[in-house]
Design a protein around this ligand. Structure first.
Ligand code: 5GP
Ligand code: ZN
Length: 114
């Protein structure tokens, strides 16, 4: 998508601090980290949010969730733990309209989820 900031990161038009990349997904560090480790995992295909997941695009979602443990090991956060978050829409406070999974780690995260 032309005006999508994450599509521009995938295309290399906007720089990012890459942690993992393959032909289907990209993982990079969040520009405004909310924890000592704050990663974003995104599909290379533009999917608007978790609310836009369908049977047709589900393969890449499975790939994201089978790759996250590998990324976690690489980052050294498996043992102490991490949180995976995805936001959809206004009430979910989604600011970038390209599906992304936040991985937060590196400290004991807040108990309150909202
Ligand atoms: P959301 O609020 O949509 O769930 O999360 C969007 C996330 O993307 C935010 O945590 C924000 O800091 C991050 N973000 C927005 N623009 C950029 C960018 O240009 N580069 C990187 N690395 N992260 C970004
Ligand atoms: Zn996009």
């Amino acid at each position: 998508m032309n005006d999508c900031i994450f599509c521009k990161i995938i295309a290399g038009d906007i720089p990012s601090n890459k942690v993992y990349e393959d032909d289907k997904i990209l993982c990079f560090r969040d520009i405004a980290p909310m924890a000592p480790v704050h990663l974003l995992v995104i599909p290379k295909v533009h999917i608007c949010s978790a609310d836009c997941i369908t049977e047709e695009n589900a393969d890449v979602i499975a790939h994201i969730f089978t790759t996250i443990p590998k990324i976690a090991k690489q980052e050294g956060i498996s043992e102490d733990g991490y949180r995976i978050i995805t936001n959809h829409g206004t009430n979910g406070r989604q600011s970038v309209k390209h599906l992304h999974f936040h991985i937060l780690a590196g400290k004991l995260l807040p108990e309150n989820m909202g």
